[in-house]
Design a protein around this ligand. Structure first.
Ligand code: 5GP
Ligand code: MG
Ligand code: MG
Length: 180
């Protein structure tokens, strides 16, 4: 039913799964023996988060943060409002931030600085998708990237358009008429 709104599939469920397995194996290696807190950024990262932690064969804590970025609908401003903060103390712990997509990089840049200020032992970023063409915060280089996507607005596998399409099992581009 939702398929009728999709112009084209950019990343298939199989390609997503392969990326998740690859990242999970790398993260398992890199974080073995460390006190890690995996922080998912709501709501977009919820689906990816559920899959990636099940590929990490280590002891870990899970927490979520909900933020909204002020600005126009299509681009974040960098001024971030915390809707729901973490319940976990980060001092001395290794933080792995899990995001759906990095676009301008402003949201994550704010969060990385915040977690450093809270005295995390390290802060690293794992994003399913990266849109490097759109980066404004040039020094925000994600440590773990699932896939690079072109400069197009994508939905599915957690990513929304007006809160819909998060439950698509693939990542795709909407038909232009859906925007109108
Ligand atoms: P940034 O601060 O990097 O510009 O914004 C990142 C956030 O904007 C993402 O976490 C995501 O919620 C949203 N975003 C950026 N690009 C897209 C996109 O192509 N599709 C969707 N659905 N959300 C996007
Ligand atoms: Mg997000
Ligand atoms: Mg959104």
């Amino acid at each position: 039913m939702l398929d009728k709104d999709i112009e084209r599939v950019l990343v298939s469920p199989e390609e997503i799964h392969a990326a998740v397995v690859r990242l999970g194996a790398q993260l398992t290696q890199d974080y073995r023996g460390k006190e890690v807190v995996v922080v998912g950024i709501l709501r977009g990262a919820a689906v990816f988060m559920a899959d990636i932690v099940r590929e990490m064969d280590i002891y870990l804590d899970i927490d979520f943060m909900d933020v909204s970025s002020y600005g126009e609908e299509t681009e974040s401003s960098g001024e971030v409002k915390i809707i729901k903060d973490l319940d976990t103390r980060l001092e001395g712990r290794h933080v792995l931030v899990v995001e759906d997509i990095i676009d301008t990089g402003r949201t994550l840049n704010y969060l990385v600085e915040l977690f450093k200020y809270r005295k995390a032992a390290s802060v690293k970023v794992c994003t399913l998708l990266d849109k490097p063409e759109r980066r404004i915060v040039k020094n925000l280089i994600p440590d773990y990237v699932g896939l690079e996507v072109p400069n197009e607005f994508v939905v599915g596998y957690g990513l929304d358009f007006k809160q819909k399409y998060r439950n698509l099992p693939y990542i795709g581009v909407l038909k232009p008429e859906v925007y109108q």
